[in-house]
Design a protein around this ligand. Structure first.
Ligand code: AMP
Ligand code: GLY
Length: 428
């Protein structure tokens, strides 16, 4: 199977790494890719938002399967353009990707499907905004209706800040504040059958102890030892399957990756948001644990064959990823800094590896930072404690001037799990 992956972040590096380990994948291409992906896939330049260019590239490569990573091309209908040429594509249509592209549309689908989510108002005028903010009170949750690369949401106790953000959006969703830990659960779907993956947790704030601004994600881990063992089955029954059924009923079936961002509140599970693609950085840890070959799974989804696809196989162990971000991220990040120590991590083979997010190679072969999130250091282990130790040991080998990363990714979960294991051992 010849596979073409569209995108060039750590998520695409994780996808390409897994695909490169699938014996059915005989040739692997990525456009545009990055310096790390170049080690496992052949790179091609392309305007990822231009459906005709992406479809043309897939045709010229003789691709059997195209996988579209990021949301912007999906919302722009790039998957439709690929399928129009008769090439199988993993990724929803532009119409179905509106589940991520418009938060108001997602709310409408959830209401129709009876999916539990926070109460909300869709506002377009200052009067509506003030009414909604007043109705909910602090903390205020204000979401730009459209795509905003993880920066459209403001959660604040400050009414003036909430109001200013809302007034800056063309259309805005103002929502009830949802308390409780967050879980990301991905499902692969062909528009009918839903195959949930393992849950993960993402760390959205820039700094330790969930301080600082929201980012695209500073780290993740899986599994979630603290979560109810029935969580996945419950979310499949109450969220994922009803949403997929409702999208099909509307004549815009959702086939691809349905990402449910969930809050586990005292009153039960609530959907915070849907995304129409693999999440970053959760993909890095979920795929690190998936033993089923990825290419076959995604092709089954793209061709409507999930009902007969064998049950997924998972490693029993844990995975942790820590994002190394450039100086000043998530504000205007500084780019062009040299990265060293990458070979050192590879040479140690300590169950840790570097996934590239925003990197490029200069003419002399040096790897330079080229974005806000630069690297996603991923490690596996028998438990979270071991996986964390390995991830942070690998980070210590890497130098990137001005970079910052969180030091507490998976720390609380690892400590709680270790405490429980010690307690259980003591009880025997
Ligand atoms: P989103 O882009 O919708 O994922 O929102 C980004 C982040 O804002 C989420 O991961 C949450 O941490 C936070 N957030 C969004 N909606 C809510 C809500 N209703 N209550 C509390 N926090 C929220
Ligand atoms: N992990 C957050 C996102 O992918 O949107």
């Amino acid at each position: 199977m010849k596979v073409l992956v569209i995108g060039g972040g750590a998520r695409e590096h994780a996808l390409c790494r897994s695909l490169s380990l699938d014996p059915e994948v005989t040739s692997l291409h990525c456009a545009p890719g990055n310096a790390g992906i170049a080690e496992v896939a052949e790179l091609h330049p392309v305007d990822i938002l231009d459906g005709a260019s992406v479809a043309g590239l897939a045709e010229s490569l003789g691709s059997d399967l195209v996988i579209v990573g990021p949301e912007a091309p999906l919302v722009a209908g790039v998957a439709d353009a690929v399928r129009a040429r008769g090439i199988d594509c993993f990724g929803p249509s532009g119409a179905a990707a509106a589940l991520e592209g418009s938060k108001a549309f997602a709310k409408e689908v959830m209401a129709a499907a009876g999916v539990p989510t926070g109460r909300s108002y869709v506002c377009t005028t200052p009067e509506e905004i003030d009414e909604a903010l007043d109705a909910f009170g602090a903390p205020y949750v204000v979401k730009d209706d459209g795509l905003a690369a993880g920066k459209g949401v403001v959660v604040t106790d400050d009414l003036a800040v909430a109001r200013a953000h809302a007034l800056g959006c063309e259309q805005v969703v103002i929502e009830e504040y949802l308390d409780g830990p967050e879980v990301s659960l991905f499902a692969v779907t062909d528009g009918e059958t839903v195959v949930p993956l393992q849950p993960a947790q993402d760390f959205k704030r820039a700094f330790d102890d969930d301080q600082g601004p929201n980012t695209g994600g500073m780290g993740a881990y899986s599994p979630l030892p603290w979560a109810d063992p029935d969580l996945v089955a419950e979310v499949e029954r109450t969220v994922l399957q009803p949403t997929v059924d409702e999208m099909r009923r509307r004549g815009t079936p959702f086939a691809g990756l349905l990402y449910a961002g969930l809050a586990i509140t005292s009153r039960g599970v609530r959907v915070i948001e849907f995304n129409a693609r693999f999440g970053d950085p959760e993909t890095q840890v979920v795929l690190a644990r998936l033993k089923t070959p990825l290419g076959g799974l995604l092709r089954a989804a793209a061709t409507g064959q999930l009902a007969i696809f064998p049950a997924l196989r998972w490693s029993e162990g844990a995975a942790v990823t820590v994002v190394v971000a450039s100086h000043n991220y998530p504000d205007t990040p500084r780019t062009g800094d040299p990265i060293s120590g990458l070979d050192d991590v590879a040479a140690k083979d300590d169950h840790a590896y570097v996934l590239h997010a925003g990197t490029r190679q200069d003419s002399t072969g040096r790897v330079l930072s080229a974005g806000g999130r630069v690297l996603s250091i991923t490690a596996t282990g028998p438990d979270l404690t071991k996986a964390r130790t390995r991830a942070y040991r690998a980070i210590a080998r890497i130098t990137l001037p001005g970079a910052h990363h969180r030091t507490d990714i998976a720390a609380a979960a690892a400590q709680a799990a270790a405490g429980e294991a010690a307690g259980a051992a003591g009880a025997v």
